[in-house]
Design a protein around this ligand. Structure first.
Ligand code: TYD
Ligand code: MG
Length: 449
């Protein structure tokens, strides 16, 4: 047998290096390389023993079979339900609600047999949580606290569950390779065995993977390519919405998102997130402006809040929650130079409500308007919504999905809906309540001038 080859894999980005280094050459992370013993390949023999090719049009077999997960948001993100025999990686930061969502799913699916492998909590703890989530715990939901993957799979052979939930990947280990649970070789080997089991036993396997605090995907990223579906649950742990997103889906689109809020009874699906935004808006408050972002292919109305106050520091403070600080700097410079609002010597705080993290440039105008409103200490119209990218000369530029955004705002009674001039002349001109402007200065002059 050939000697196993040694190589080093970065925990943060998955890059491979032939020798150990203090810093990952690909992503720059320190002390992230870990030795992985690559299994020797079977060589040429495997090629010779391969299956004979068949004409694609003659390939037979059943279509994918999907199960209803009794949760409209989860079904939507999965592409219409959980596919039988599929392998799903479910990632997210610790405490975001992964275990809660999966337990809810296991409690609510009507007929599937579910085996829940609890590696992080005792069965008693999981039961307490289940009782909090649902009055009656259905039959057909089984639990085992097990950390050895071989033992889990032998239980699966006996029970033949429809769905296996592994919570979490980091707690399982296999005797096939060396290394402690959670090490790179272990993560890969365990995932590989679960993948085989998903195919052989035709059960859907959902693997929970933790994402580190910095937003880097230690571990889960290394197995993303092995699984059929990769879901991430994101959001602020304390407040606001949780977004469920598919970043890979062999059985559906990756543009769908699911929206939840954490309540005393677990994660509740939010069918109409924009409605929350309107009920929470207060009239007559300076420093707030409405905007419409698009997550995946779903429009969401949200509120931008700004506070501008005289600074007592040599260098004024700039702070952004849920928003790129560099983009904030740029928009402040536009406000200073193109709209002639002196914000340079002021402390500026910006917050996107709802716990969202926004990269969408369509929110530029809402950000500038929130800042200008805070600076002028004057409120904008309470139902106003601002959509458009702001360029360096202060010009307003159209953004993608403009009609979808306008429709969402109209549906929720927003008025006026402020858009770039180029959009106002197009299809949007047929709506009353849509106002179009060429520059950000004109918009500021109109309401705060
Ligand atoms: P959890 O699902 O354990 O997160 P993860 O598995 O991603 O680490 O739960 C996260 C938090 O949610 C936990 O701090 C408690 C809280 N929570 C509620 O607020 N309401 C509930 O009904 C439940 C079950 C949990
Ligand atoms: Mg958990």
């Amino acid at each position: 047998m050939a000697k196993p080859k040694r190589r080093y894999v970065c925990r943060a980005c998955g890059a491979v290096a032939p020798r150990w280094m203090g810093q990952c050459p690909a992503c720059g992370e320190w002390d992230s390389l870990e030795e992985e013993v690559a299994l020797p390949s079977a060589g040429k023999a495997a090629v010779l023993e391969g299956k004979a090719p068949v004409a694609l049009r003659d390939v037979t077999g059943e279509d994918v079979m999907r199960w209803d997960m009794a949760d409209p948001e989860l079904n939507r993100v999965l592409g219409g339900g959980l596919v039988k025999g599929s392998l799903v990686l479910f990632g997210g930061a610790p405490g975001i609600g992964k275990s809660t969502l999966l337990l809810q799913m296991a409690l609510n699916t009507p007929k599937q047999t579910v085996l829940y492998v609890a590696g992080e909590e005792s069965p008693r703890q999981v039961k307490m949580r289940a009782e909090r989530l649902k009055n009656t715990i259905r039959e057909g939901l089984l639990i085992v606290d097990q950390t050895d993957v071989a033992a889990v799979l032998s239980a699966c052979q006996t029970i033949k569950p429809d769905i296996l939930i592994v919570d979490s990947l980091h707690t399982l280990s296999t005797a096939v390779v060396d290394g402690p649970p959670g090490s790179i070789s272990q993560l890969k080997a365990v995932t590989y065995q679960l993948m085989q089991a998903a195919r052989d036993l035709e059960m859907a396997v959902i693997i929970v993977g933790h994402v580190t605090k910095e937003g880097q995907v230690a571990g889960p990223r290394l197995v993303e390519h092995m699984v059929d579906v990769v879901l991430y649950l994101e959001g602020d742990r304390q407040v606001g919405f949780r977004l469920l997103r598919a970043v890979k889906n062999r059985f559906g689109a990756v543009s769908e998102i699911g929206v939840y809020v954490m309540t005393g009874q677990g994660l509740q699906p939010v069918q109409d997130p924009s409605a929350h935004f309107l009920t929470e808006r207060r009239a007559g408050v300076a420093g707030v402006a409405g905007g419409v972002t698009v997550e995946g292919i779903r429009p969401l109305m949200l509120e931008v809040q700004a506070l501008v106050s005289p600074s007592y520091y040599q260098i004024p403070q700039r702070s952004a929650t849920g928003y790129d600080p560099k983009r904030l700097q740029m928009l402040l410079a536009v406000l200073e130079k193109r709209v002639h609002k002196a914000v340079g010597g002021q402390d500026v705080f910006l917050n996107i409500t709802g716990g969202f993290r926004i990269k969408d440039t369509a929110l530029d105008l809402a950000v500038v308007m929130a800042l200008a409103s805070a600076h002028a200490d004057a409120a904008l119209p309470p139902r106003a919504v601002f959509v458009g990218e702001v360029g360096l000369t202060g010009e307003l530029r159209p953004v993608p999905f403009m009609e979808m955004r306008i429709d969402e705002a109209l549906r929720h009674g927003a008025e006026p809906i402020v858009v770039p001039a180029a959009v106002g002349k197009g299809p949007a001109s047929r709506y009353a309540g849509v106002r179009s402007f060429a520059t950000v200065r004109e918009v500021v002059d109109e309401w705060l001038g």
